[in-house]
Design a protein around this ligand. Structure first.
Ligand code: GDP
Ligand code: IMO
Ligand code: MG
Length: 435
């Protein structure tokens, strides 16, 4: 793989592709690691030796001592979660100080956002005559926090936490509106106390103050000084608010297209885009998933891949690789190469399948993805079948040592996508990687 000056890591499916592992690996070749979207809905796992780290808001580069980690303006930050994460890392001997910067323009996830998220999901799960209409969110308050960003007048940004008077003034307005909304949603909770909330969040502001800066100028200073930037996508392309399987998506631009708005660095600063792809498919929450396997195969993938959510612990829905979907994501993200993750999970299957087209409701065949949940739900997968390989491959470090059938499987993927596979991952550890 040619690693340009700056590299983006982006999920090409519905999340949990193993972005954390690859960000951690590629951090070695970069100076600055920046998150540009999402919030604590993300759960990025890094395994170093026997130690496992699950990061939600802090960039996955934090385990390297001399790297700068930045939470960009496009992220929605839950200060409670951020402080928890900082403390947990410090408890494990990881330095978190000047190496962590958080944008003063990032929006704050407030407690009422989380209550709203859960209440709306609850309401949507029981719509009379329509059944369950919920999204299956992580209940981390992501949607309501981004909604406030768009509403503007009711939003709280990280800089507001540093200015107690402004914070109180804002919360006096917002709390009264939120109380009315939550009551309408059937939330039976005590009224929001603007003063108490302002005191609590100003205290978080004091705690986080050393980290809060104008990250846009900081990032431009970094690139002008010749530092190499690694962009860490959270969530994934098919969950992108504009380009994903709407409405079963998250609330940010989590494809590579979100990088520029979410960091303040324009297009010319992204030189390489590594699309992260599981060699099968998973999805958490609701929404269409044409290649889903609801029976034994899905169960086998879930158990072998330990497919349970890093953030919510929910069992992930599992199925075969959908290359129609991945090719679409690679197009949207401008992927220059692909990292093929969790290949080891596929050992032991007699046959493997890859979805290469859809049969649509009218009987026509489409090799184009359909980023519309209603239509995609009706698409039937058309599969190509491949011979599996019986042996475990989690110890392999050279591409030549992979079983012939695994090579053929990867070759097919690369040709279909018309992209090189720059990394093959055969286990969660750094060492379990074929470059
Ligand atoms: P992310 O959200 O994209 O960072 O992915 P998650 O961390 O949510 O989920 C990926 C899971 O797969 C984590 O538990 C990783 O430790 C694990 N993982 C990553 N790469 C591999 C791999 O090649 N093989 C196996 N078996 N597990 C992997
Ligand atoms: P990482 O970065 C998997 C999904 C949720 C839900 C939908 C909306 O770990 O890959 P939200 O709470 O964002 O409003 O939920 O999006 N979702 C993810 N699924 N991995 C993620 O992040 C996700 N982030 C959001 O399950 O279906
Ligand atoms: Mg995850």
């Amino acid at each position: 793989m040619k690693t340009g000056q700056n590299t983006a890591i982006v999920g090409l499916q519905w999340g949990d592709e193993g972005k954390g592992k690859i960000v951690d690996l590629l951090t070695a070749k970069h100076d600055v690691i920046v998150r540009y979207n999402g919030g604590a809905n993300a759960g990025h796992t890094i395994v170093v030796g026997d130690e496992k780290y699950a990061l939600h808001l802090i960039p996955s580069g934090i385990l390297y001592k001399d790297k700068q980690c930045i939470v960009g303006n496009g992220v929605v930050v839950d200060p409670v979660q951020l402080i928890k994460e900082i403390d947990a890392l410090r408890d494990r001997g990881i330095e978190v100080g000047d190496n962590l910067r958080v944008s003063n323009r990032a929006h704050v996830v407030m407690p009422y956002h989380k209550v709203h998220d859960a209440a709306l999901e609850q309401k949507l799960s029981q719509i009379a005559g329509k059944g369950d209409q919920s999204i299956g969110t992580t209940k981390r308050g992501i949607g309501p926090a981004y909604a406030d960003k768009v509403h503007r007048a009711t939003a709280v940004r990280m800089s507001d936490l540093l200015d107690p008077k402004t914070l109180l003034d804002k919360l006096k307005v917002t709390c009264s509106i939120r109380c009315a909304e939550l009551t309408a949603l059937g939330v039976d909770a005590p009224p929001l106390d603007a003063h108490a909330l302002a005191d609590e969040y100003a205290a978080y502001g004091r705690r986080l103050a050393p980290h809060i800066i104008d990250t846009v100028y900081e990032l431009h200073d970094c690139v002008n000084a010749g530092k190499k930037v690694l962009f860490e996508g959270a969530n994934a392309c098919l969950l992108d608010i504009d380009h994903g399987t709407f409405p079963y998506v998250t609330s940010s631009n989590c494809s590579a297209l979100g990088i520029h708005a979410g960091t303040g660095l324009p297009g010319k600063y992204v030189n390489e885009v590594v699309g992260i792809m599981k060699t099968y498919s998973t999805r958490v929450g609701g929404g269409p998933f044409p290649s889903e396997e609801l029976g034994e195969i899905g169960e086998q993938i879930r158990e072998r891949g330990n497919e349970y959510g890093t953030t919510t612990g929910r069992p992930r829905r599992c199925g075969w690789l959908d290359l129609v979907a991945v090719k679409y994501s690679a197009m949207i993200c401008g992927a220059t190469s692909v990292a093929s993750m969790l290949l080891d999970v596929l050992s032991g299957f007699d046959e493997l399948k890859i979805c290469t087209a859809y049969e649509l409701e009218d009987g026509s065949i489409s090799t184009r993805f359909i980023p519309d949940a209603r239509l995609l739900a009706k698409a039937k997968p058309i599969f190509e079948t491949f011979q599996g390989w019986p042996e475990e491959i989690d110890h392999i470090t050279s591409p030549d040592d992979l079983p012939e059938n695994a090579k053929a499987y990867l070759d097919f993927i690369s040709k279909y996508l018309d992209l090189p596979i720059s990394i093959v991952s055969v286990g969660p550890k750094r060492s379990q990687t074929v470059m």
